[in-house]
Design a protein around this ligand. Structure first.
Ligand SMILES: CCCCCCCCCCCCCCCCCCCCCCCCCCCC(=O)SCCNC(=O)CCNC(=O)[C@H](O)C(C)(C)COP(=O)(O)OP(=O)(O)OC[C@H]1O[C@@H](n2cnc3c(N)ncnc32)[C@H](O)[C@@H]1OP(=O)(O)O
Ligand SMILES: NC(=O)C1=CN([C@@H]2O[C@H](COP(=O)(O)OP(=O)(O)OC[C@H]3O[C@@H](n4cnc5c(N)ncnc54)[C@H](OP(=O)(O)O)[C@@H]3O)[C@@H](O)[C@H]2O)C=CC1
Length: 515
């Protein structure tokens, strides 16, 4: 019998960020392994014209929840959506709902965050710092609370090279920043942001670091743990391999490479690609929830959920495997045949951006314009280049994360729990994982049918022929113009033609002699 699964039985669990990438996998695993849990409260905001109930139904009826619907047919009754906006005071939760949450909650998983790298500092502070502070305040009023699990990121201290499972201080106290945000206007925030952020590359990682400090400072008597995943990727095993549903992190790059937009990226092939499957993160999260509630460690424990020190893979190996998977499983509607490489220095990056990214986009836009359609490729390409520029920081460096607490927890689990809540990344076969990842991007993110593969391959062959034709025509025109203008080019041309003529004459003469 799994101790972890049994622990969640009969419990009331509060999850923030439940509609996000990690949140959905967390609910899925909880409902599948502990179908006798009492209730999962999820804080959700109405969005894009969908009511709370519609949003929840969308999740429960999705492919991800296929197994859950079998194991736990009354899953609809287990999940109780509470209208909440984490940017508002008291999260804009109604009095009755708040009362219920305060009196019933046993475990909190705080996943909500803004993960945008370029969010305005004010908004990132609001969600990643102030909302965390408010949630801790709520938690302190919950008499039945057994554990508060905060999801942070392994990159909250990306300004350091070696990172231990401890909280590192930021130069300015988060409380001061929260207070200042109330009276600083946007112009002041914009001016002061770079100074506050110092070595942090973006508002996301900086505010996640502040969020951890808040957790430490406001923990009071609460039983708290922090989980720091690195780059969270598609599912490895559960509920099925390759599930992914957003364009964040590597996902967008895989789409861009598979559709042939991405031709070159500034990355260090030997830098560690610290990817971690989302189901691994969730297994660790559930194990940490159990351990924190049952063993009640004296201090706040931090768990690194990373792969680099136990089973490293680098960007070179990952990129090669991604590209070779496209050979077998191409994406539909490719713009160009997938081919990309890593560039190292600024000059090559500018050259490749101009020649391999912007020029083809412009040519295609001219073609669209000439055929009476709206040009859109240049805009899309600019967006891709902007995204790449934000990711570059993370693909040109390696970090070392110590994983003592995570390894300690693994050794505390029963063999049954080690199997059901497996977070031992040493068992991960990268090549297999990446192949399933690319397949998952095709199936679950791009919603492409496997039956379309022969047609996709045919399309790529057509693109290849267009490429050869285009290059030949381009070369001939360029050469013709050059010959018209330059004596040297004419001499070279004369030399080549006479050489070919002599070679052919010699070949013909020798074959006549042999006959
Ligand atoms: C040895 C030699 C070998 C040679 C082999 C060569 C191989 C070459 C490579 C081949 C294949 C590549 C495979 C490897 C990939 C390597 C790249 C890996 C990247 C690593 C990432 C590390 C990140 C680590 C950070 C820490 C992790 C975390 O803690 S949080 C999670 C990460 N967060 C994010 O990723 C968020 C990033 N996103 C943003 O910040 C913003 O969305 C944005 C700034 C990117 C865009 O903002 P903007 O306002 O312009 O747009 P937005 O409103 O958000 O969206 C508009 C439209 O754009 C679409 N969109 C959004 N995000 C992306 C994206 N990431 N990629 C593409 N498109 C995106 C969005 O859907 C919108 O579309 P429409 O609705 O249609 O308008
Ligand atoms: N994905 C990754 O690679 C990594 C993620 N993490 C951490 O994991 C956690 C989850 O990330 P992930 O699932 O990828 O993020 P997503 O962007 O997929 O999900 C974010 C969640 O937060 C919710 N949210 C955002 N703003 C509000 C708000 N004002 N009120 C209520 N809810 C809100 C979103 O709701 P809505 O659907 O309404 O927008 C969504 O459910 C984050 O803390 C992140 O820092 C850490 C390392 C890597």
């Amino acid at each position: 019998m799994s101790m972890i699964a049994a622990f969640y039985g009969g419990k009331s669990i509060l999850i923030t960020g439940a509609t996000g990438f990690l949140g959905k996998v967390l609910i899925e695993k909880l409902c599948r392994t502990s179908p006798d849990l009492k209730v999962i409260y999820i804080l959700v905001r109405p969005k894009a014209g969908h009511t709370l109930q519609q949003r929840v139904s969308q999740i429960i009826n999705s492919k991800l929840f296929e197994k859950v619907r079998e194991v736990c047919p009354n899953v609809h009754e287990k999940i109780r959506a509470i209208s909440a906006d984490l940017n508002q005071n008291d999260f804009a939760i109604s009095k009755e709902d708040m009362q219920e949450l305060l009196s019933c909650t046993n475990i909190i998983f705080h996943c909500a965050a803004t993960v945008r790298f370029d969010d305005h500092l004010r908004h990132a502070v609001q969600l990643n710092v102030t909302a965390t502070q408010q949630l801790l305040f709520m938690a302190s009023q919950m008499p039945k609370l057994e554990a508060f699990i905060h999801i942070s990121t392994a990159f909250s201290n990306c300004n350091l090279k070696h990172i231990d499972e401890v909280i590192y201080p930021c130069s300015v106290e988060p409380k001061k920043i929260i207070d200042s945000m109330e009276w600083w206007d946007d112009a002041i925030v914009d001016e002061i942001a770079p100074k506050l952020m110092g070595d942090w590359p973006n508002t996301y990682t900086y505010t996640k670091a502040l969020g951890e400090m808040v957790v430490q400072q406001e923990s009071g008597n609460l039983n708290i743990a922090i989980i720091r995943p690195s780059i969270v990727g598609a599912t490895w095993q559960e509920p099925f391999p390759g599930w992914v549903d957003n364009l964040n992190g590597p996902n967008g790059m895989i789409v861009a490479a598979g559709r042939g937009f991405l031709r070159a990226i500034r990355a260090s092939p030997l830098a560690v690609a610290d990817l971690i499957p989302v189901d691994t993160v969730i297994n660790l999260t559930l194990a940490v929830g159990w351990y924190t509630a049952v063993h009640r460690p004296k201090s706040t424990l931090i768990y690194h959920c990373t792969s680099g020190n136990l089973n490293p893979c680098n960007w070179g190996k990952m990129g090669c495997q991604v590209l070779s998977t496209f050979e077998k499983i191409p994406f539909e509607k490719a713009f160009r045949r997938p081919h990309a490489d890593f560039t190292a220095n600024t000059i090559t990056v500018h050259y490749r951006n101009a020649v391999s990214h912007r020029a083809p986009a412009m040519i295609y836009d001219i073609y669209l314009w000439l055929t009476g359609r709206k040009p859109r490729m240049t805009k899309l390409m600019n967006r891709l280049l902007r995204t790449i520029s934000m990711l570059e920081y993370f693909i040109n460096r390696s970090w070392e994360w110590s994983t003592y607490n995570t390894e300690m927890l693994m050794s505390e689990l029963s063999p049954e729990d080690q199997r059901i809540f497996n977070f031992d990344v040493r068992q991960l076969n990268w090549l297999e994982y990446i192949e399933n990842y690319v397949l998952g991007v095709k199936k679950y993110l791009l919603k492409e049918d496997m039956a379309g593969i022969p047609e996709a391959k045919q399309h790529l062959r057509r693109l290849q022929n267009i490429y050869y034709l285009f290059n030949t025509v381009f070369f001939l025109i360029a050469w013709r113009l050059l010959i018209a203008r330059s004596q040297i080019a004419r001499n070279v041309w004369f030399f080549i033609v006479s050489f070919c003529y002599k070679f052919l004459s010699y070949f013909r003469a020798s074959s006549t002699l042999k006959a």
